[in-house]
Design a protein around this ligand. Structure first.
Ligand code: HEC
Length: 173
């Protein structure tokens, strides 16, 4: 009998078999599905309460609509100083090509931007693609006040790199 119960749970939650009951409960309070448009949760808080692989950009249904607003935020955080004004690269990797250092999915990219490369690596992420890298990507999770702002910046990146939309929900780590 217990084997049957386990199978049913495993089918419901294939990627979360290692989760503790507390994590599962937190996930349930968050509605299970992350993330929402207009979310005022600070990025680092959202990361702390969302299991790996659980972050999804609420603007994916129409990234073009967020392109202009996202671009303004991108410039206001000075992302362009390293990645170029249109995301085409500069002294740091282009955001417009097909090579994604840690992966192209929303969850990985949100964590990279918020945590920076050093902390992301401390959390077990490895470089899976080679790009010309002069140093670590700095963390923006304390600079962006809300998760919504980061999702809009990511929507801008997607608008510039439509091909990457195919992989938004394909965690590579
Ligand atoms: C000081 C320079 C610098 C700034 C400012 C910066 N980045 Fe980066 N970024 C990097 C570096 C270096 C990497 C490669 C990281 C690595 O290999 O660990 C990177 C990687 C990335 C990647 C993954 C690119 C790929 O090809 O896989 C994304 C997405 C990204 N940055 C977005 C942003 C956004 C959005 C901002 C502004 C909020 C920003 N970056 C600001 C230096 C910077």
């Amino acid at each position: 009998m217990s084997a049957v119960v386990w199978e049913a749970r495993a089918a419901d939650e294939p990627a979360q078999s290692e989760e503790t009951a507390a994590d599962a409960a937190a996930d349930a309070t968050a509605g299970g599905e992350c993330c929402e448009k207009g979310d005022t949760t600070p990025p680092l808080e959202l990361i702390a309460k969302t299991p790996k692989g659980g972050l999804h950009n609420p603007y994916n249904d129409d990234v073009a609509a967020m392109e202009e607003e996202g671009h303004k935020k991108y410039l206001s955080y000075s992302c362009n100083g390293c990645h170029g004004g249109g995301g085409g690269g500069g002294m740091c990797p282009p955001l417009t090509n097909d090579a994604w250092v840690y992966g192209a999915d929303d969850d990985t990219i949100f964590r990279l931007i918020a945590l920076g490369s050093d902390e992301l690596q401390k959390q077990g992420y490895k470089r899976v693609r080679k790009e010309v890298v002069v140093g670590p990507m700095p963390p923006f999770g304390g600079i962006a006040k809300t998760s919504d702002e980061l999702w809009k910046v990511i929507a801008f990146i997607r608008a510039k790199n439509p091909d990457s939309m195919k992989r938004v929900n394909t965690p590579s780590q």
